[in-house]
Design a protein around this ligand. Structure first.
Ligand code: FES
Length: 218
């Protein structure tokens, strides 16, 4: 039987820091491991945690690019660890940092939920209907044109990983920045016929409306 070919050696360098600890200081730790076929960064980090460093913190839930938990900065660019193939880094060296703009929990683990919650409140991410019409929950939901339902569904597909916010320097200068994820939320309610906020304006007016709304949130 032929011997299984060894994978190349890769180096993963992680910025480790625990802001809860008085003695912790930000420092890089290098981990060397063997690449396996189809290895993603998530798999590599799990291997590191299981075999070399049980103290390494990073987030994940779905491992399939759906939950948006595993965002981190990979060689200077924010990316999802579970969708990042090690094979796409021919030099075999990856440097990982936690995504900026969010509260750091530890190492690569950040609190995107807190920021998303505050953004949701700022853009009023809920159906607004001031008609004071009584809602009868015993009745079937109102019908929606399938094309409109498709548009709403498309805008609801954002996984809110925070990569768009972390990729943009604006967030670091303006804490009230809602980012593309916030704009996406606004667009989602803009197309929803249940929401009665001003609509059907020419694009220029929509942008002006949105700007005024965001300025008022300061
Ligand atoms: Fe869910 Fe990566 S673990 S998106």
């Amino acid at each position: 039987m032929s011997e299984q070919k060894k994978g190349r050696e890769i180096t993963i360098s992680v910025l480790k820091f625990n802001p809860q600890s008085k003695i912790s200081k930000p420092h890089y730790v290098d981990y060397k491991l063997e690449e396996t076929p189809g290895m993603t960064l998530f798999i590599a980090l799990t291997k590191i945690r299981e075999e070399y460093d049980p103290d390494l913190s990073f987030d994940f839930v779905c491992r399939a690019g759906i939950c948006g938990s595993c965002g981190m900065v990979v060689n200077g660019k924010p990316a999802l660890a579970c969708r990042t193939l090690i094979a796409n880094y021919p030099e075999g060296k990856l440097t990982l940092l936690p995504m900026p703009a969010f509260e750091l929990i530890k190492d690569l683990s950040i609190n995107t939920g807190k920021w998303m919650d505050s953004m949701s409140k700022r853009v009023e991410s809920w159906i607004v209907d001031n008609s004071e019409k009584e809602v009868d929950i015993s009745k079937l939901e109102e019908r929606v044109d399938p094309d409109i339902a498709d548009q709403t569904f498309e805008l609801d597909r954002c996984i809110e990983c925070g990569i768009c916010v972390a990729s943009c320097g604006t967030m670091l200068m303006r804490p009230n920045f809602v980012g593309p994820v916030g704009m996406n939320r606004v667009a989602r309610f803009e197309v929803d016929p249940h929401d009665k906020r001003p609509k059907h304006l020419p694009l220029q007016n929509k942008i002006a409306y949105l700007r005024r709304k965001l300025v008022a949130l300061r």
